[in-house]
Write a protein that binds this ligand. Sequence first.
Ligand code: HEC
Length: 134
Amino acid sequence: MAMKIMCIIIAAAGVSLLLLGVMAGKQNDPYTSLQEQAFTYPENIKAIIDNKCYVCHSLKGESEDARDVLMWDDLPGLSKARQIASLDAVIEVLDNGMMPPQMVVKDNPDAQLTDEERSLLRDWAETAADNLLK
Ligand code: HEC
């Protein structure tokens, strides 16, 4: 009987140590911490990007220039420096009204960002860039 209890205690201690080890390992794993720094797109931001930017800045895009400068799907996986540079470029084109391109907006006014969408996207990009600098 005593032997059985001892075995259970030893087994329980072993499992706890194992769990602790896994948790500690996770905290020290540089890959995990790197991933945790990468941003994700909140639903409302994803919706704006999908509606107003994604058609060009994704694999769907027909313009190689657009795909070269910005791919929303790849952005979270880029180096921190590249992520910050891209987010800064996004802020810049939103501030100077360069995107979506005038040519496209002229023929299709719905392609334009509303003021609300522009400021939501801008605030998000700024916060995401700030967080990467921390
Ligand atoms: C109709 C296609 C199209 C849409 C829609 C579009 N873009 Fe672009 N974008 C381009 C092209 C083409 C370029 C590259 C040539 C240029 O700079 O004009 C570009 C360039 C950019 C650049 C790089 C600018 C630079 O100077 O480095 C950023 C950032 C950008 N777009 C962000 C956006 C954002 C944000 C949206 C959505 C609000 C958007 N784009 C929507 C076609 C598009």
